[in-house]
Design a protein around this ligand. Structure first.
Ligand code: DGJ
Length: 732
């Protein structure tokens, strides 16, 4: 308390001094100060004498300053603020200005590690209320932020723009963002200084966050950060629809505005109803990108995804193996070879449904979710129970939100699909999106999900979404409410996902959107993992997984061995086992050697998955910049570690230097699933201390392009057999 008063008095004095000694910019006297704090970040807020809420810019190093008008924390359009506003509202009487003044602050400790803050503001002339909400995770340096808004005006208010966050940053700010496209997701990181003007990363795809741009980014303050140094702030918007992240450099600072894309999305909010924005996630570190992402991963395992403390099983998917060409016998024929090599779960992909219009290719049947009687005469149940009988769990592919015009559902309900009147219908992959704002569609999709996931022995599902919106018209919503489609759709989708997760708590769920279109924390909280890309060429997966790992723990990244790129099986397996290991291969057609490599990789994966998936990740050599990529994982107790080296180009073999080990502990070095014909690594079987390993490195067995080496650092005191026991096989 004493500190607050002293600070307030100092700031008042400084405000008076500055107001009386300089002409501009006009400063604002401070009435009250408080902060949203984590262990090493404090976002300092100030209530001005004018009642408005201001923010001290977040920057590398501290430089407290007296606020000026442009430093408003959540600026509103229409009354003096001339840069990009966080809030733009048309009030019931047509007034396009809003003036928010401070009402109250409540801060509560939800747990020893989480402080919740709610700051209530109201319009000085209207019964219009905005609450700025924060959840600060102290140890992880994560701040979750969102906005709640309601009013008691005479009639509806139009929300033109409501940002989830509008953080003010000072000093030089560098932005790292990730451009991509289908099969190239996250492959092109770009780092640039935010110069005066606005830089916008957005999407207008409606039913998915990304295809080209991603709602996750990194800000480096005071200079470019690297893995071990620099002040960095990761941002990720938890929203699976059109988003906008805008970085407005107005000369005195940079404002990062993040939220639902305001593009064509005005929302009419009746009196008494609330509007809640998606959550913006901020993750802070003054020790570079590695520390930042380890905190992000810890937060994600606890709060951002389902069952974040259960290592994932090995999955076999039939998509790349059979495509649409299968029947009961062919699928059952894949089970024994899968079980033989150690796979734990089988996923039946697209093509199992549709009768009047059978799903024999991607032209028909979406919407008709009855098993195809010719292919599966007795439905899904015998396929699932046969898998379980042979020791595999069984999973199923669904795409609940879509309809093919060639389907019984569309024949019966052409008005259930999203489209624009009087325009030629534009299909993507021969399909349309069902209009989830319509209650009958919500019911139809839920009934379909419930009946499929209720089939006995189905314990996994892949939820796909293979197109985005290009003609955002709802035959259900009234003409005046058409602009609400974007937001209403995503909220209805979340209701469906939430119901699915709650009704089927034991069913594991994979999020997929024609590749990585739904790599966001909005949907992930209902899921266990997501599909990062249809591109499974392991040479591209190395940089892709590297980039995703800034934001997501590897247990969330489905990584399958396929024939994409025709890479050596050993390399493909090493890349896939560094994330959530799966296979998408016809095992009946593999050579004996490749089969043995896969089996060896599965044994190795089971041995280290507790470490890779529950431990800390250290990114060591960036595959975008080097001839190889290298990383290591360390178990939470630092007793067990694993090093991955993925050589992409020719280059001199040299040691990889692991990080994060216990310097005093001894680790036994051994290569897991070594590639046939390669010499043993020089340190094979040696027992070395963490200090020795971190200083001297481990030399991988790979020395040529498209070779990989996976090296376990097991606690020396424990024998190999005990290691398996002590760290678990990760089985469920
Ligand atoms: C797109 C997904 O990304 C693929 O893995 C596969 O499930 C197909 N859809 C099936 O149509």
């Amino acid at each position: 308390m004493k500190l607050t008063l002293t600070l307030t008095a100092t700031l008042l004095l400084a405000a008076w001094f500055q107001a009386n000694s300089t002409a501009e910019p006009a400063t604002v006297a401070v009435r009250e100060s408080f902060a949203i704090k984590t262990k090493s970040l404090a976002v300092t807020l100030q209530v001005g004498a004018d009642g408005r809420l201001y923010q001290q810019p977040v920057q590398a190093g501290s430089s407290p300053a007296v606020p000026v008008r442009d430093d408003e924390f959540y600026p509103q359009a229409g009354d003096g603020y001339v840069w990009e506003p966080a809030l733009e509202v048309t009030h019931a009487d047509g007034n396009t200005s809003t003036v928010l003044v401070f009402d109250s602050l409540t801060q509560t400790n939800e747990t020893a590690d989480i402080t919740a803050t709610r700051i209530r503001l109201h319009d000085s002339a209207y019964p219009f209320y905005v609450t700025l909400c924060f959840k600060a995770h102290l140890d992880e340096d994560v701040i979750e932020q969102w906005i709640e808004l309601n009013h008691a005006e005479k009639s509806a208010v139009t929300l033109q723009r409501v940002e989830s966050s509008s953080l003010l940053l000072g000093g030089d700010v560098y932005l790292t963002h990730f451009f991509g496209d289908w099969a190239k997701e996250m492959l092109s990181p770009i780092t640039e200084k935010i110069t005066p003007g606005t830089k916008v990363l957005d999407s207008k795809l409606g039913v998915r966050a990304s295809q080209f741009r991603n709602p996750s980014f990194i800000l480096s303050l005071g200079g470019k950060g690297n893995e071990t140094n620099g002040t960095v702030l990761a941002g990720s918007l938890a929203w699976s629809g059109s988003f906008q992240c805008e970085f407005d450099n107005y000369g005195q600072g940079v404002r990062a505005l993040t939220g639902i894309n305001p593009f064509a999305s005005a929302i009419s909010l009746p009196a008494g109803k609330s509007f809640v924005t998606p959550t913006m996630l901020w993750v802070w570190s003054t020790n570079g990108l590695g520390d930042m992402s380890r905190k992000f991963h810890r937060w994600a395992r606890d709060f951002g995804m389902r069952d974040g403390h259960t290592p994932r099983q090995v999955l076999l998917n039939n998509w790349e193996a059979t495509g649409f060409d299968f029947d009961f016998q062919r699928i059952v024929g894949l089970y024994d070879p899968a079980k033989e090599i150690g796979t734990e779960l089988f996923l039946l992909d697209d093509g199992w449904f549709g009768n009047k219009y059978p799903r024999v290719n991607d032209h028909a049947a979406l919407g008709d979710w009855q098993p195809n009687r010719q292919r599966l005469p007795n439905g899904l149940a015998p396929l699932a129970s046969e898998a379980v009988r042979r020791g595999l769990r069984f999973g199923i592919w669904i795409e609940p939100e879509m309809v093919n015009p060639k389907s019984e559902l569309f024949d019966a309900h052409p008005d259930w699909a999203i489209r624009q009147p009087k325009r030629e219908v534009e299909l993507q992959r021969h399909q349309l999106v069902l209009d989830l704002t319509r209650p009958e569609v919500q019911t139809q999709e839920w009934n379909m999900i419930r009946s499929i996931l209720s089939v006995p022995d189905i314990s996994y599902a892949k939820w796909d979404c293979n197109r985005y919106l290009t003609q955002p018209g709802s035959p259900y919503l009234s003409p005046a409410r058409q602009s609400e489609l974007w937001v209403d759709y995503v909220n209805a989708l979340y209701a469906l996902m939430e119901k699915t997760a709650k009704t089927f708590p034991a069913t594991e769920l994979m999020l997929c959107s024609g590749g990585g279109g739904r790599a966001d924390y909005g949907a992930l909280k209902y899921f266990h993992e997501f599909w990062p890309s249809d591109n499974t060429d392991p040479t591209l997966r190395v940089p892709m997984q590297w980039d995703y790992s800034y934001f997501f723990p590897v247990m969330a990244l489905a990584s399958h061995v396929t024939h994409w790129g025709n890479r050596p099986m050993h390399f493909a397996c090493a890349v896939a086992m560094s994330a959530r290991f799966g296979m998408d291969l016809d095992l009946t057609k593999l050579s004996a050697q490749d089969k043995a490599i896969c089996a060896g990789a599965i044994i190795a994966y089971k041995q280290i998955r507790d470490v890779t998936q529950l431990g800390d990740l250290y990114r060591l050599e960036d595959p975008h910049e080097n001839f190889r990529g290298a990383l290591n994982f360390v178990s939470p107790d630092r007793r067990h570690a694993v090093v991955f080296a993925f050589q992409l180009k020719e280059g001199a073999n040299r040691p990889v230097f692991p990080q994060g080990l216990d310097p005093a502990q001894r680790y036994t070095v051994r290569e897991l699933n070594p590639a046939p014909g390669r010499e043993a690594i020089p340190q094979e079987g040696n027992s070395l201390t963490g200090a020795e390993l971190m200083a001297g490195g481990v030399r991988p067995s790979c020395a040529n392009a498209i070779e990989a080496s996976v090296i376990e650092l097991a606690p020396s005191a424990v024998s190999a057999a005990d290691t398996l026991h002590a760290f678990g096989t990760g089985s469920r």
